[in-house]
Design a protein around this ligand. Structure first.
Ligand code: FPP
Length: 248
C-alpha cells in the first residue's frame, strides 16, 4: 500500500537528524529532552523506511565533531545510543533489519564499541532494511583513513599509485559495498552537509525539511521521497530527449 503511494523509491536514504536542541529550547526544556524525543523519531523513521521498501537507511547519530559538546550532553547522547541498542536490537533483528556502523572505531571508550559490534554481528545475516548508524563519523576523517590504508599498500609495493581509482577509494571507505545515497534529508531548515558522506554524496539529491528532528514522522519522510521522485537525475549526462525533439 505504501509503495503504491510512492512513485519511485530511493535505494538508499541518508538523514542528518538536526534540530533536537532547538526543539527542546522552544519548549523551555533541556536540550537532552530533545535528543530523547529524537530517538522516538529514529524508531518511526526506521519503521517507515522498511515499510516503503528502502534498502539502506543511514542516520547521522554522532559526528566526530560532536565530542566538543558539553560533557553532560555527550554522555546523554551515549546513553541514548546504548539504550537504543539494548532495547531495540531484538525487535530490529525480528524485523530482519541488518545494522552496520560507519565511523572511526579506534579510541572509543567503554561499552559503546562492543555494543555496536554486537548489533552488527547479531544482524549480519538479515536481508531486510540495512540500517547504517554513522557514529563518531566525519567524512574527511573517513577519506583520510582510506587514503592512509591505500598509502600503506603503495609503500609496501603491493599497489601502484597509478592504480588508485575512484572505485578503489570507494572500496576502502567505511561504506564499502553500500550504494551511494540517492537521497539525503536534513531536518531543521539548515542546508549544509556538515562533513557527512562527502564522497558518497557526489550525485545525491538533497531535501531540506523545515521541521526539527523530534517532529519528523512517516508523513514528512514520504513527502521527501515524493519530492525526490519528481527530480530529474542526470548524473552529469543529459535527460532523455523527447521523441518530437529528436525528429525535429
Ligand atoms: C542534532 O541536533 C542531533 C544530534 C547531534 C544527535 C542525533 C542523535 C539522536 C537522534 C539520538 C541517538 C541516535 C540513535 C541512532 C539512537 P542538535 O543537538 O544539533 O540540535 P540543534 O542544532 O537544534 O542544537
Amino acid at each position: 500500500m505504501v509503495q503504491g503511494e510512492l512513485p519511485s523509491i530511493p535505494r538508499h536514504v541518508a538523514i542528518i537528524m538536526d534540530g533536537n536542541g532547538r526543539w527542546a529550547n522552544e519548549r523551555g526544556l533541556p536540550r537532552t529532552v530533545g535528543h530523547s524525543k529524537g530517538v522516538e523519531a529514529v524508531r518511526r523513521t526506521v519503521e517507515a523506511a522498511g515499510d516503503a521498501g528502502i534498502e539502506f537507511l543511514t542516520l547521522f547519530a554522532f559526528s566526530s565533531e560532536n565530542w566538543s559538546r558539553p560533557q553532560e550532553e555527550v554522555s546523554v547522547l551515549m546513553g541514548l545510543l546504548r539504550r537504543f541498542i539494548r532495547r531495540d536490537l531484538a525487535e530490529l533483528h525480528r524485523s530482519n533489519v541488518r545494522i552496520r556502523v560507519i565511523g572511526e572505531r579506534d579510541g572509543l571508550q567503554g561499552d559503546i564499541l562492543p555494543l555496536l559490534l554486537e548489533a552488527e554481528e547479531t544482524t549480519c545475516n538479515n536481508t531486510g532494511l540495512t540500517l547504517i548508524i554513522a557514529f563518531n563519523y566525519g567524512a574527511r576523517d573517513e577519506i583520510a583513513r582510506a587514503v592512509r590504508r591505500l598509502s600503506v599498500e603503495v609503500e609496501a609495493g603491493r599497489l601502484k599509485a597509478a592504480d588508485v581509482t575512484p572505485d578503489l577509494i570507494a572500496a576502502h571507505l567505511d561504506t564499502a559495498g553500500i550504494p551511494d545515497p540517492d537521497l539525503i534529508i536534513r531536518t531543521s531548515g539548515e542546508e549544509r552537509l556538515s562533513n557527512f558522506l562527502l564522497w558518497q554524496a557526489a550525485y545525491s539529491e538533497f531535501v531540506f525539511v523545515p521541521q526539527y528532528w523530534p517532529d519528523f514522522n512517516r508523513e514528512l519522510f514520504y513527502e521527501a521521497i515524493r519530492t525526490f521522485s519528481a527530480r530529474d537525475r542526470r548524473f552529469g549526462g543529459l535527460s532523455p530527449v523527447a521523441p518530437a525533439a529528436v525528429a525535429g
